[in-house]
Write a protein that binds this ligand. Structure first.
Ligand code: AMP
Length: 223
């Protein structure tokens, strides 16, 4: 089992990049945010608990997240390769992931740090529109849908996520600085981190990420 992690602040382009590269890179996309939104939509016990945190822009407790991810990995095979988007987000989550992978003879192949200035993050988050049905992300200026309010991929309705309103955005960026940023040095020390300039537009960012992953694949082959 192999894992590639997209690490970065809200608005850094993790979800959009994952959507664009997952098929070509043969990676199974796991977005804990999407999984949680799905649970909220279905009204499950996990969804009801998670919603109270998500609304405020706070992190959902590590124990809930780990159970979700473990259940998903249990469904997969040992040969699977995953693209994590939005996980891990805390040091305890990173530690639990390492333990979980060790049990499955898995490893983290690479961590891509999507780096963009705060101004860019806020502009992206306030303009983001998401498909209610399939979760594809758009942006009112940068990635407009062909028809306003309608998803290009599935025809679903586009909406503004409740946590993409300005007050909650500031909270989420602070949470990122306090809880998630520490993972950058952790993965750097492990020799896994590659920084990518994520202030560039979506298609350039996706091709940069693909290039980095291509290099990793060559390295893997030589090992
Ligand atoms: P995202 O779609 O990745 O921006 O996630 C949306 C929200 O879901 C976050 O603001 C958190 O409330 C919650 N969430 C997603 N992933 C995690 C995680 N790994 N740990 C804790 N909370 C998470």
């Amino acid at each position: 089992m192999k894992v590639v992690i997209l690490l970065g602040a809200p608005g850094s382009g993790k979800g959009t990049t994952a959507e664009r590269i997952r098929d070509a890179a043969h990676l199974i996309h796991i977005s804990t945010g999407d999984m949680l939104r799905e649970s909220v939509k279905k009204g499950t016990a996990v969804g009801r608990e998670a919603e109270t945190y998500m609304k405020r822009g706070a992190l959902v407790p590590d124990s809930v997240i780990i159970k979700l991810v473990e259940a998903r990995l249990d469904d997969g095979g040992v040969e699977d390769a995953y693209l994590f988007d939005g996980f891990p987000r805390t040091i305890p989550q990173a530690e639990l992931l390492e333990k979980s992978l060790a049990r499955r003879q898995g490893r983290i192949a690479q961590v891509l740090f999507l780096d963009a200035p705060r101004k860019v993050l806020i502009e992206r988050l306030t303009g983001r529109r998401t498909c209610r049905k399939c979760g594809t992300n758009f942006h009112i200026k940068n990635i407009p849908p062909k028809k306003e309010g309608v998803c290009d991929t599935c025809g679903g309705e586009l909406y503004q996520r409740p946590d993409d309103h300005e007050e909650t955005i500031v909270r989420r960026l602070d949470v990122y600085n306090n809880e998630t940023e520490g993972l950058i040095s952790r993965y750097d020390k492990q020799g896994l981190l590659v920084r990518v300039d994520s202030s560039q537009e979506a298609s350039k960012l996706a091709s940069d990420v693909q290039r980095v992953l291509g290099t990793a694949a060559v390295k893997d082959g030589k090992r």
